[in-house]
Ligand binder design. Structure first.
Ligand code: GLN
Length: 224
């Protein structure tokens, strides 16, 4: 028997979760995949299939992959695609690699340790990301269970938007023309994030999607 710390999320106790019909290992090194992120996978898969580039040729990046949930689910939904999955956390990448292995897609995902784009080369046709988006005031009121998850995966800075600002300005340069960036976003962040996107003259918001609680949760933008 392992001694369990109070407020340990049940998913860490069980050691795995279901996400998009996949069984994924989770521990304290990774954010626990949430059901709303399955919507990000569906929208990204739609966009990749409709983007007019053969999936086998598209350069697809999952920025901040965590447990690998988004990248692995995309390889299952799009049989021919390959994905680059990055994370700043070496521990998260270890879990993500195990998850790719036990789901049989290790040869389809290249894992790279990188602080956002710092160690990534070249341009991408598709960027998907569920970055940390919890603001300082929200952090104060998080359930103790959520605070057991890696803070590096949750903390989005004072207004929760630090990573969107950094990723969007870099994505304006790192997307191929016609390429898409698809984000998961936090509660009531849509307007502000769309504003950050449209400050980049080359990016245009194409799609906003709500989650099961009718909260705007996904934003997709295209480089013109
Ligand atoms: N969905 C998580 C939560 O609300 C946050 C994940 C994130 O910051 N990307 O607790």
């Amino acid at each position: 028997m392992k001694r369990i710390k109070p407020h340990t999320p049940v998913q860490y106790v069980m050691g795995h979760v279901q996400f998009c019909d996949l069984d994924l290992l989770v521990d304290e090194r990774v954010l626990i995949p949430r059901p709303e992120t399955e919507i990000l996978v569906d929208i990204a898969s739609d966009i990749i299939k409709g983007a007019g580039i053969p999936a086998s040729k598209a350069r697809i990046l999952d920025l901040g992959t965590g447990s690998g949930n988004i990248a692995i689910a995309l390889t299952k939904k799009i049989p021919d695609c390959k994905i680059i999955a990055s994370d700043i956390s070496g521990g998260a990448l270890e879990v993500a690699k195990l998850n790719a292995g036990r789901n049989g897609v290790s040869d389809r995902i290249e894992f790279i340790k990188s602080d956002l784009f710092a160690s990534l080369d070249g341009k991408f046709d598709i960027i998907v990301s569920n970055p940390p988006y919890i603001s300082r005031p929200e952090f104060e009121s998080l359930q103790k269970e959520v605070l057991m998850e890696p803070h590096v995966a949750l903390d989005g800075g004072s207004d929760g938007l630090d990573f969107y600002r950094k990723i969007i300005s870099e994505a304006a340069k790192r997307l191929t023309s016609g390429g898409y960036i698809i984000f998961e976003i936090g509660f009531a962040q849509k307007k502000l994030i769309c504003r950050i996107i449209e400050k980049e003259s080359v990016l245009k918001v194409m799609r906003v999607e709500i989650d099961h609680n009718e909260i705007e949760r996904i934003v997709a933008a295209r480089k013109t």
